[in-house]
Design a protein around this ligand. Structure first.
Ligand SMILES: [Zn+2]
Length: 168
């Protein structure tokens, strides 16, 4: 069996900045593998493309440019927000609204959006909503541990069920 659409793929990976010698950003090991339903579009397209067709036991190692990763940071993603937004019962939580803190906000559609506090004034809070990996070239390496057919239920839900998957 090969990695492809409607397969449930278990893998380990290391994510490093720039190249194989770059700073380690994330490491997923055998005891808690990354398990996902291939082809549902939840991952970077180039990441899926690079794994397509691999078999159990295969290793992979590839680089994604920032453009194929999380894009370049933009000025538009740095926003001055009215400090009142952060008020709860008329008071701003100074422990939360602090330079360097990550706060989960919502976009216009109600989707969660993480931002980092850059600056706090008397009336505004400047936040950076760029993806933390924006502007970075990414290097992935790892091993394919397991491949199985997705169940009809998994395909209709668009996610994996079972031990490392989604629990209802
Ligand atoms: Zn489900």
């Amino acid at each position: 069996m090969k990695v492809g659409n409607q397969k449930v793929v278990s893998l380990t990976y290391e994510l490093r900045e720039n190249d194989a010698q770059g700073a380690l950003i994330q490491k997923v090991e055998k005891d808690r593998p990354f398990v996902y339903l291939f082809g549902v579009g939840g991952l970077l397209p180039k990441f899926e493309e690079s794994l397509d067709g691999l078999s159990v036991g295969d290793s992979f190692s590839f680089e994604l440019s920032a453009e194929d990763g999380y894009g370049q940071p933009t000025k538009e993603a740095i926003i001055d927000l009215d400090k009142k937004i952060f008020e709860v019962e008329g008071k701003v939580d100074e422990e939360l609204v602090k330079i360097g803190n990550q706060i989960t906000m919502q976009d216009q559609d109600g989707n969660p959006l993480d931002g980092i506090v850059l600056e706090v004034t008397d009336s505004t809070v400047k936040m950076d909503f760029n993806h933390p990996l924006a502007g970075m070239d990414l290097h992935f390496s790892g091993d394919i541990l397991d491949i199985r057919e997705a169940s009809a239920e998994e395909i209709s839900h668009g996610h994996v069920h079972g031990p490392h998957g989604h629990h209802h």
